[in-house]
Design a protein around this ligand. Structure first.
Ligand code: ATP
Ligand code: MG
Length: 178
């Protein structure tokens, strides 16, 4: 996978959308920002701090994958709880955040199901809930509404805008430009 030189600056509170033809590298860029893939050149800064070599879990970034990437062996509820448990939140905090996130995506009644028992759009909503539940301050979404019908799509758009508490600056820049 190769990306052409990319310069990108996102201001705190900004909602930025990458548009481009299929195969142009949109999906390739996101794991570099979140830290799953290391760029061979250039660097990533969050709030002015170089995070290019910081591991994903320590960047405070939430990501929703185009393919959802739900954990197949975990129930819906456990999928959504994952990020909170990783961050060692208390039982009560986990319960409140998971129940809130499931309500937001209108999936509360599916908490006990497993991913393979859900439709594509339902899986996509769980992926969104899993990401939002622990309130990451930078959120990367790879075509997060593609599997939803018009009504759910509009609902999720307004929820995403409402939840957009992101208040950090993100920069992808040339390593040489300082
Ligand atoms: N695992 C891989 N190994 C080799 N090449 C890859 C791999 N994944 C993607 N590519 C190539 O990298 C390029 C960019 O792919 P990417 O998935 O980032 O595109 P995209 O802009 O997200 O497209 P889409 O809109 O279809 O999701 C494509 O030419 C693709 O064929
Ligand atoms: Mg893509």
């Amino acid at each position: 996978m190769a990306l052409e030189a990319t310069d990108l600056a996102v201001q705190a509170g900004e909602f930025l959308t990458l548009l481009g033809p299929s195969g142009s590298g949109k999906t390739t860029l996101l794991p570099m920002i979140s830290g799953l893939v290391a760029p061979s050149a250039r660097r990533i800064e969050i709030d002015g701090r170089d995070v290019t070599h910081i591991e994903p879990g320590k960047r405070g970034i939430g990501m929703v994958f185009q393919s959802y990437a739900l954990f197949p062996h975990m129930s819906v509820w456990d999928n959504v709880a994952y990020g909170l448990r990783m961050r060692r939140k208390s039982r009560d905090e986990v319960r409140a955040a998971v129940d809130g996130a499931l309500a937001m995506v209108r999936m509360s009644e599916y908490a006990k199901r497993f991913p393979k028992e859900l439709s594509g759009g339902q899986q996509q909503r769980i992926a969104l809930a899993r990401c939002f539940a622990y309130r990451p301050s930078v959120i990367l979404l790879d075509e997060p509404l593609g599997a939803l019908d018009k009504k759910l799509c509009e609902h999720m758009q307004s929820e995403i805008r409402r939840l957009q508490g992101a208040r950090r600056n993100l920069r992808v820049r040339d390593a040489r430009s300082g």
